[in-house]
Design a protein around this ligand. Structure first.
Ligand code: ADP
Length: 417
């Protein structure tokens, strides 16, 4: 069975084609600058040379058409025909309270995702374009959606509610949802497997630190708290997002700087975080490089970033009344030995003992970076959200063999709304 995984953004679309017999990636790629006559298609077929082409791609349906055509291309393709794709799985950022797990796309599911446009105006409309584009190009192929919020639907009310009038929750569903759930779920389960212990017995803090960053308290295999909120703005300081701040900063800044609410929102989402404090970059590699060269603003940005992250880890150890394992993942978490070292060397009160040599090793492998005496296991686990989406799709479509079940939509499970 072959599963195409799609992550559709407003002007970009990433894809990975999996062969589920061995979970191998047959091809991966992306279309960037959708809507322009100079859109870029990058295609990496396994075992063949990468292709990069500039084409006119004006909307998502055309983008999917181009992806399908490169997947069956005589020279660069990996399939004989498009009909070899048995199912398509989409990443969807916001599933609200309706979706506690991945589901097969039905008219009701699409309706519900549309109802959530308000909560994720930058993401969900783009995902819907991706779903519709696949429908237009491959009308008989079943599709699934895997939500970034679903893993966090196990949070209890005392962690997901905000201390504001509860009528706002009842009327508008204003609450914490959390994001990066697919990643937090994947790395917490991999961590338990790595340690050879049942996830049900573990208290894990997972640190997904990329451009966007969030920390989750995973107790007994389920999310009990997470740092992102109703939107991905809450929580940690990030590449360009502020994370937590006094909400009074918003009206005060609007008054003092004569800004609109959209301008302040854009400032907090796109012009804050590492970028704003360093005045240099949102990219941790550049921050670290500038620190080495003695740049004081970069040093301050790094210190704030680490400090805020460390406070969350401490908070989640308190939330779970203990901590067995800290997991590092995503672009910064997997690669910045400096951030891991600085953060963990300040967590000695929890019993964390870092193995400095193991931490300094550059590797794409899952690995332990704490010493054997450390009370808390510290692991680096590379995340793989696309693989989770492919596996979820495979599970939902019910195929045990190539294509089995995929072509029988009447057998598809109903969505869990
Ligand atoms: P996204 O949230 O966009 O999925 P990623 O998880 O891909 O982000 O992380 C991207 C970030 O990872 C980059 O902005 C960069 O700051 C960071 N990064 C990548 N490699 C390194 C490295 N070697 N050292 C420090 N940071 C790195």
């Amino acid at each position: 069975m072959r599963v195409l995984v799609i992550n559709a953004g407003s002007s970009s679309l990433k894809y990975q084609l999996y062969d589920m017999r061995d979970e191998s990636v047959l091809a991966a790629g992306k279309v960037e600058r959708i809507g322009m006559d100079t859109a870029i298609l990058t295609h990496e077929p396994a075992g063949k040379a990468e292709v990069r082409e500039v084409r006119e791609i004006l909307e998502h349906t055309a983008a999917i058409r181009q992806v399908l055509s490169v997947l069956v291309h005589k020279e660069h393709g990996v399939l004989g025909s498009v009909s070899e794709i048995d199912a398509v799985g989409h990443r969807v950022v916001h599933g609200g309270e309706a979706f506690k797990q991945s589901v097969v796309v039905t008219p009701e599911v699409k309706q519900e995702i549309k109802r959530l446009f308000d909560l994720a105006p930058l993401h969900n409309p783009a995902h819907m374009l991706g779903i519709q584009a696949v429908e237009a190009n491959m009308p008989n192929v079943p599709q699934t959606v895997v939500f970034d919020t679903a893993f966090h639907q196990t949070m209890p009310p005392n962690s997901y509610l905000y201390p504001i009038p509860l009528a706002l929750y009842r009327r508008h569903k204003i609450r914490k949802y959390g994001f990066h759930g697919t990643s937090h779920m994947f790395v917490s389960r991999r961590a338990a497997e790595f340690l050879g212990r049942p996830v049900e017995q573990l208290k894990i803090v997972t640190c997904h630190i990329g451009n966007g960053a969030s920390v989750t308290a995973v107790r007994g295999g389920v999310s009990v708290d997470t740092s992102m909120g109703m939107t991905p703005l809450e929580g940690l300081m990030m590449g360009t997002r502020s994370g937590d701040l006094d909400p009074a900063v918003v009206p005060y800044t609007m008054g003092k700087e004569d800004l609109t609410i959209n301008e302040v929102s854009s400032m907090l989402n796109k012009h804050s975080g590492l970028l704003a404090v360093s005045g240099l970059s949102s990219d941790m590699r550049e921050i670290e490089q500038a620190m080495e060269e003695g740049n004081q603003n970069a040093k301050l940005a790094f210190e704030m970033y680490e400090y805020r992250l460390r406070k969350y880890i401490g908070a989640y150890a308190a939330a779970m009344n203990g901590i067995d394992c800290i997991v590092w993942t995503a672009g910064v978490g997997e690669n910045s030995s400096l951030l891991r070292e600085r953060t963990c060397s300040n967590l000695e009160y929890l019993g964390v003992k870092m193995d400095r040599e193991a931490n300094a090793v550059r590797s794409k492998q899952e690995r332990r970076i704490s010493t054997f005496e450390s009370k808390v296991e510290v692991l680096v686990i590379p995340t793989n959200e696309e693989l989770v989406i492919a596996k979820e799709t495979y599970r939902l479509i019910g195929g045990n063999e190539a294509g089995a079940g995929a072509k029988n939509p009447e057998k598809l499970p109903q969505h869990a709304t």
